[in-house]
Design a protein around this ligand. Structure first.
Ligand code: NDP
Length: 241
């Protein structure tokens, strides 16, 4: 059975991806601070007869990434599918944005995905098969007020993914980006009812997205059936764009 690592698999969208992929892969559920949540996701996968392990991986640390990969390789023999889902937001309008808010978001969302992708590619190149999936955002494609740092980090994932697609296609490694719209998780829990109404107004499908809406497309991109799709950006946003 192939093995998938999901960074930030402990909560929100990452959790839904882990549970969905648990039906057909060994799952390494990455957490950085939510260990208990990560372990609960593992329990849920195991209850449905899947195989899963919780792994500490802080994508801002090369050492933590290396330790996580070594642990997963020891247990399962290598990562075939990498889902770069870990992400944070530190919103502020540009005149007030502090350099450390810029750095932290870029380091987690963009450089973090570079660290994991570079490490994952070693095994994928050897086995001549791999799937890399990035969870970007429609904000990375369209921009958003108060999110210059977040939008830049998510736009950067598009260039990273498209370049990997070109470098690695001949080895049967695909690289694709998913750009979610508004999904109901901790990250969007700050939205006021007024903001939610405003979003609902702009949506073609009149509901806020669920983490499972993202997990379903990740499941397809991780499968053999998606082998001719690479370098793409797929928006899953209820039609808001
Ligand atoms: P949550 O805030 O619910 O979860 C974030 C996840 O990222 C957690 O599992 C967290 O793990 C992990 N994480 C945070 N920092 C690090 C780090 N340094 N190293 C490793 N893991 C880390 O967010 P969502 O589920 O909403 O978002 C998941 C992804 O989807 C993000 O990349 C986000 O930008 C993107 N997205 C979300 C949208 C939405 O509307 N919710 C829309 C578009 C994109 P832990 O708790 O263990 O630290």
């Amino acid at each position: 059975m192939k093995t998938v690592l999901i960074t930030g698999g402990s909560r929100g969208i990452g959790k839904a991806i882990a549970i969905e992929l648990g039906k057909s892969f060994n799952v390494a559920v990455g957490y950085s601070s939510s260990k208990e949540d990560g372990e609960e996701v593992v329990e849920e996968i195991m209850k449905s007869n899947g195989t899963a392990t919780a792994v500490e991986i802080n994508v801002t640390s090369t050492e933590s990434v290396e330790n996580a990969f070594v642990a997963i390789e020891k247990e399962y023999g290598g990562i075939d599918v990498l889902v770069n889902n870990a992400g944070i937001a530190k919103d502020n309008i540009l005149p007030r944005l502090k350099e450390d808010e810029w750095d932290e978001v870029i380091n987690t969302n963009l450089t973090g995905s570079f660290r994991t992708s570079q490490r994952a590619i070693k095994h994928m190149m050897k086995s001549k098969w791999g799937r890399i999936i990035y969870i970007s955002s429609i904000v990375g494609l369209a921009g958003n007020q108060g999110q210059t740092n977040y939008a830049a980090s998510k736009a950067g994932l598009v260039g990273l993914s498209k370049s990997i697609a070109k470098e690695m296609g001949s080895r049967n490694i695909t690289s694709n980006v998913i750009a979610p719209g508004y999904i109901d998780t901790d990250m969007t829990s700050f939205l006021t009812d007024e903001q939610k109404d405003d979003i609902l107004d702009k949506l073609s499908i009149k509901r806020i997205g669920k983490p499972e809406d993202i997990a379903n497309i990740v499941s397809f991109l991780a499968s053999d059936e998606s082998e001719y799709i690479t370098g793409q950006v797929i928006s899953v946003d209820g039609g808001i764009t």
